[in-house]
Design a protein around this ligand. Sequence first.
Ligand SMILES: [Zn+2]
Length: 408
Amino acid sequence: MIYSSAVAVATSIRPQAFTAKSCTGDYVKRLLLSCFVAATCLGTAELPAASPGPLPPPADRELARAIFKELIEINTTHNYGSTKAAEAIQSRLLAAGFSRDDVNVIAPPEHPSKGNVVVRYRGMGQGRPVLFLGHLDVVEAKAEDWSVDPFKLTEKDGWFYGRGSIDMKDGDAALVETSIRLRREGFVPHRDVIVALTADEEAGGDANGPAFLLKEHRDLIDAGMAINLDDAGGALKNGERLYFRLGTSEKIYATFTLETTSPRGHGSLPGPDNAIYRLASGLGRLGAYKFPVMLTATTRASFEKLADLEPGPESPGMRAVARIPSDLAAAERLSQIVRFNAQLRTKSVVTLISGGHAENALPQRAKATIQCPLIPGDTAEHVQTALISALNDSKISVTLDAPRVVCA
Ligand SMILES: [Zn+2]
């Protein structure tokens, strides 16, 4: 998961934790329902009132939970793929009366396990469709790193535990259940609504669902408006609604390989040049490097609003950062909080490292992978220059080695 930096109301950052409060699930679901209805009525009807609506009927809440559980318990990490989850959703929608023509499971022929499910909810044809976008895949989860089984939905003390419980099988379940409920209630939107739940968002690989659908099946998802539910949602505090987060853009990331070499030799005769030491020293300098603060109109608005919506010790700093010109000292203080730091600047993080080839031989090569989520407006070329400068060692090469992929 990559954090989106630019949000309209407040931070779009989600914790990489595994919890989602059960009451939040209901709340998000209701908001999604409102969002679903509002989006389909745009330009032709009033938006729903901002006041909380009633909870969905108990049977729908149960169904949402059942779908959520089913999705959590289907492993959709990169190695397993998302086709089984897509098919599970297809089965539920067909059972609920959706036409087979309107519920398609499609995978790239060369990646059959990376299935996407695309649902068309038929409207009156008054305007181009609205597309709701989500992803089915999840980040790898090793059981030994978890206190509970990551692929089993566990409800404990009012919280849900399970891989994907907040990113984003909660949103997927809400969309599927909302579609089922609206159909049952006879709701006919002015325009078609498309729900596309896709593959390979987390890995951002060549089976990336939206990219594949745009290239090969654009007719299925072509829309006048797209709403990406990843990394948006309502915030609650003590049961009170605080705000609803909206993203205005997504971070992209750039991946770089650092590489350095040194002379071969037996481990008993070490010389002054050692690829691993050299790379480690460079990484130490890189770890201490901070990219400059880059604020966008959205992040300014986000800090300004958040200062009021979640008053606390950081509020004055948020307001100072939101002003033009920004108070950079306040930005540095705010940067101590990880989620705010991610909104303030491009980041670099070392994620993989390798080096050497035998325990008794001098290393001839050392490599590291650096991933950089970019603040909107920043460029991979600028980041590459900054990395080279921060490493400050001409013997460490810096290569941009992955396509820049939009991520959420
Ligand atoms: Zn996500």
